[in-house]
Design a binder for this molecule. Sequence first.
Ligand code: SF4
Ligand code: SF4
Length: 74
Amino acid sequence: MFGKNRNRGKVAIYIDNCTGCGNCVYYCRHRAIGFRTGIDGRHAELVNPERCSGCGKCVSVCENGAIQILKQAV
Ligand code: SF4
Ligand code: SF4
């Protein structure tokens, strides 16, 4: 039996649009997002995708439109 949330999707973070502000990291209560630091600075990354519920909070707090919910096949 599948849980009712199985088809809510996960997120994609588009680092070209990410300024590394940290809003998504702060507001993700499942701690699915962390930071990756490279030569071009700090970006958000879905470091624990298995923890992501697809709740969309990170999408709503990203002022740069850098995160999208991905719909997944059943
Ligand atoms: S959709 Fe929700 S659980 Fe998933 S990364 Fe964003 S805030 Fe965290
Ligand atoms: S809220 Fe948006 S811009 Fe800020 S760290 Fe997260 S993805 Fe990057």
